[in-house]
Design a protein around this ligand. Structure first.
Ligand code: F6P
Length: 539
């Protein structure tokens, strides 16, 4: 097995962290800020265009020291090397995990099964560039010789969320092609999209690593049938392309080999936006921007691989997340981007984080007796301030939060930007300091109302402040979370790159569909039988 299997809770460092936790768990961050005038600088990492201030956390310098000891005991260094060099760290599926190779420079060498995969990666990048250039500049046209106006990505999970999030996030950089994403097997989804499309000017990109996914194949079939009401079978080749590892299944679906963009089994679905799965990104914002996204991710890869742990952004963020999850017993964490462009960022992270580390069996095959995977959620600020922030400020749950902001807006409206950033700073300050009873009284609040207006404060936040939202900085940000996920998986001693937990529901759905089609309900629990009967009567 490529990665070690060490129960983190049995390490010396974990025992020390447990004792240390007892000594600081009731401390208030605002006291530590008063005691240490250097705290903000001490706990800030400046790297490239990133300013990461993690000083508003319930940690002292000893906490970080102890996490460093933990990382050494767990041989994190060795795990990082194995991750980048293509060892089979996805042990349960017998695969390497090499999305990092997709953004490495052409002269890098990444060996899998004795062969360097970089030439193959760059060959596919070449195909992506040529194809997207031809669609964007109109040299490739639809079946009635009109240039394309719309592109539809048909995929789900990693074959949808990553590209959809990036395209939405980079909409400032978009060209004239209108992107659409069809994912849900809910027929209303596909029909809502179709009603806005002209078959003569729409390109369909079917994305499925396995090409066996029910949702994607159903949507692709429905769309092809819709298209054939207008165009002919021969026209399909002009309007349908696919991204997959399963070329025989793609061809069986009716897509010509020259319209297939390959990918590889060493790219996990939720980490695949850097591969041809990102074709819709390259189409929507152009290949140069797609390539900048990859270059940004590569810069973060290098930082993660080479930087010492105490100033390594993904490592520090992972330590903090473990600290709250396992010691403070925090149930979830929030990601709050202060830009509307990152509207879909938390949704994307939910798959990346929860499909990776939502595991309860350790790398020795034993049930863990400690908490693993975080629940992650969030919405952009300032909207979220007017929605769920009440609970973060005054609720009973501890919710550590990442605040992501940009020093410059893209449209340059300074008035709005100053207001946005004032809110961005104000929230983390309020979460840190809270408001004491004395302060509330001093405002002249009637005595019986005072308790309701007190804020405890001491709520942890990370401020990830980036110069501007560009394809490159977005690439860095996504890769930052990917590596945070990796570090947490190493610490929790789980396999982060399989997803067997999604299989059972899929199998049962296939069985139930069969029963709906044949009308013969077999063995189910009483609740499911009632539901099936109710559906049969009412559908
Ligand atoms: O449902 C889980 C999953 O396997 C994801 O991991 C994956 O991203 C998604 O389904 C889609 O899979 P595919 O790209 O093979 O259609």
């Amino acid at each position: 097995m490529a990665l070690n299997s060490i129960n983190p809770t049995q390490t010396k460092a974990w025992s020390k962290l447990t004792k240390h936790f007892e000594t600081i768990k009731d401390g208030h961050m605002k006291t530590w800020f008063k005691e240490n005038s250097n705290r903000a600088d001490e706990f800030t990492i400046k790297w490239e265009d990133f300013y990461v201030d993690f000083s508003k956390n319930r940690i002292t310098s000893e906490t970080l020291e102890l996490f460093k000891e933990l990382a050494e005991e767990l041989k994190l260094d060795d795990a990082i090397s194995k991750y980048f060099q293509g060892d089979i760290i996805n042990h349960t599926e017998g695969r390497a995990v090499l999305h990092t190779a997709l953004r490495a420079p052409a002269d890098a060498e990444v060996i899998i099964d004795g062969a360097n995969v970089m030439p193959e990666i760059y060959k596919v990048k070449g195909l992506i560039k040529t194809f997207s250039d031809a669609i964007i500049n109109g040299t490739k046209k639809g079946y009635t010789n009109k240039p394309f106006t719309d592109i539809v990505n048909i995929g789900i999970g990693g074959s949808d969320l990553g590209p959809a999030m990036v395209v939405d996030s980079l909409s400032f950089y978009a060209n004239h092609l209108k992107p659409h994403y069809v994912s849900n097997v809910d027929g209303d989804h596909v029909n809502e999209v179709l009603k806005r499309l002209n078959p003569e000017t729409t390109l369909f990109v079917i994305v499925s690593k396995t090409f066996t996914t029910q949702e994607t194949l159903s949507n692709a079939t429905t769309i092809k049938e819709w298209f054939l009401k207008y165009g002919t079978q021969a026209d399909v080749a002009k309007h349908f392309v696919a991204v997959s590892t399963n070329t025989s299944k793609v061809e069986a679906f009716g897509i010509v080999p020259s319209n297939i963009f390959p990918m590889w089994d060493w790219v996990g679905g939720r980490f695949s936006l850097w591969s041809a799965v990102g074709l819709s990104i390259s189409l929507a914002v152009g290949y140069e921007h797609f390539d900048s996204l990859l270059k940004g991710a590569h810069k973060m890869d290098t930082h993660f691989k080479e930087e010492k742990f105490e100033t390594n952004i993904p490592v520090v963020l992972a330590f903090l997340s473990v600290w709250y999850n396992n010691f403070f017993k925090a149930e979830s964490e929030a990601v709050i981007p202060y830009t509307q462009y990152l509207n879909q960022f938390a949704t994307y992270l939910q798959q990346a984080i929860m499909e990776s580390n939502g595991k309860s069996i350790d790398r020795s095959g034993n049930q863990v007796d400690y908490q693993t995977g975080n629940l992650v959620w969030g919405e952009p600020g300032t909207n979220s301030q007017h929605a769920f922030f009440q609970l973060i400020h005054q609720g009973t749950k501890l919710i550590p939060a990442d605040f992501i902001g940009f020093t410059k807006s893209l449209h340059g409206n300074k008035d709005h930007q100053d207001k946005l950033i004032s809110n961005f700073f104000a929230q983390t300050e309020a979460l840190l300091n809270g408001k004491t009873e004395a302060e509330v009284r001093a405002e002249g609040t009637p005595s019986e109302i005072v308790p309701f207006k007190v804020f405890e404060g001491n709520k942890p936040t990370n401020t990830i402040f980036i110069k501007q939202l560009t394809p490159e900085s977005l690439g860095k940000l996504i890769a930052m979370y990917e590596h945070k996920i990796f570090v947490q998986g190493v610490v929790w001693n789980v396999f982060s790159y399989d997803q067997f937990g999604v299989e059972l529901g899929k199998q049962l759905a296939t069985k139930i569909l069969d029963e709906i089609n044949t009308g013969s309900v077999t063995s189910h629990d009483a609740s499911t039988i009632n539901l099936l009967n109710y559906y049969e009567k009412n559908s």
